[in-house]
Ligand binder design. Structure first.
Ligand code: BGC
Length: 353
């Protein structure tokens, strides 16, 4: 191919996929870029490890990157994946709204993008979305509180506080929405009272899902609303990192009967808290299953076939409804964690000691 023609084709992205496919990794394998948000939270380490393992088993080279929850770092990592010849990008975004520009570059080079766990917003470069049913996560958390407090039987009033996740993470709104659709009727009829008055999404959001931010907010809520002996009956926490902060605040500053606390991810520290009676439940999202579904998507894309999806209506990212595969989350508590987490090989018994 003449040099000039080649550079024109490369600039327009017309041959990019084929060429990089031949050269990626120097092994002749196709290369998959996997961008993860942070190593700070246990689950993303597992997601990354599972993705890397399963992609390698399927014969791909893998460029796995973590971005320390820093949006610019993630953008740079994705740019590098594009220029270094990745054939497909799998991205768990830090901020769903911040990747439009870099993904335009991917689109120009015909590099397909799979949004992993978190939807990437306002970009038409997103080919597929692989995640858990995020609304169902919230529903299960809300139903757990509903059941434990006997709300369907008319019991109450009970005091509850609410902690959800990062406003830049589209999932946070689904978790919050799913739970609040169950709990709002009880707030409306007075069976649930929120003494802090902090109920709307923006007020109960936790930047970066940070445990210390959740802890600080819970400490402030305790000193303004529960220091006089008022009983706290439940804390809706959208995930384990927020639950962890809330638990720390309660253990140090709250003397009443311990409340119901929800969570999500079954992180080891939280499962230990569950066993110790300091967290009531968590949602188990088996990251091995999510990796398997995502690898199926990668395979289908690279073979030029359609990937398996089971939802083509829920996840509108502002530019398109992204065809999605939603894995099913399950709830875990002290009664079933052994079967779910140890018997399935997710953790060893020793890890939970
Ligand atoms: C994930 C949760 C996780 C949270 C914080 C969400 O997007 O779906 O599993 O706990 O981010 O990392």
């Amino acid at each position: 191919m003449k040099k000039r023609l080649l550079s024109v084709l490369l600039a327009t992205g017309m041959v990019a996929t084929t060429l990089v496919g031949c050269t990626a990794g120097g092994s002749g394998n196709k290369k998959v870029g996997v961008a993860m948000p942070t190593k700070d939270l246990q689950r993303w380490n597992q997601d990354g490890a599972n993705m890397e393992k399963q992609l390698k088993e399927a014969g791909y080279d893998v460029d796995l990157q973590y971005a320390s929850n820093d949006i610019n770092t993630q953008v740079t990592q994705i740019e590098n994946m594009i220029t270094s010849g990745c054939d497909v990008l799998v991205i768990a975004s830090i901020d769903g709204d911040s990747l439009g520009t870099v993904l335009d570059q991917a689109k120009q080079k015909n590099i397909p993008v799979i949004a992993y766990d978190r939807l990437i917003m306002n970009s038409d470069a997103v080919t597929y979305y692989a995640t858990f049913d995020n609304y169902m996560v919230g529903t299960k958390q809300g139903q757990y509180i509903e059941e434990q407090l006997g709300l369907k039987d008319g019991k109450g009033p009970y005091n509850m506080e609410i902690f959800t996740g990062d406003p830049g993470d589209n999932n946070a709104r689904f978790f919050y929405g799913g739970a609040m659709d169950v709990l709002n009727p009880y707030i409306d009829n007075g069976q649930i009272v929120v003494p802090s008055g902090q109920i709307d999404f923006d007020t109960v959001a936790t930047a970066n899902w940070a445990s210390d931010a959740a802890q600080a907010r819970m400490e402030a809520i305790i000193s303004s609303n529960y220091a006089d002996g008022t009983q706290l009956d439940a804390v809706l926490c959208s995930n384990d990192s927020t639950a962890f902060g809330v638990t720390n605040a309660l253990v140090a500053n709250y003397t009443g009967a311990y409340p119901i606390i929800t969570g999500q991810d079954c992180d080891i520290a939280n499962v230990k808290n569950m066993i110790a009676g300091k967290q009531s439940m968590s949602i188990f999202k088996d990251t091995r299953t999510l990796a398997t579904q995502t690898v199926k998507m990668v395979d289908a894309i690279l073979k030029g076939t359609n990937a398996p999806v089971n939802d083509t209506s829920t996840y509108d990212n502002g530019k398109k409804v992204v065809p999605s595969y939603l894995c099913e989350p399950v709830f875990a508590d002290v009664n079933n964690y052994k079967e779910l987490l140890i018997d399935s090989g997710y953790y060893t018994a020793d890890q939970l000691q």
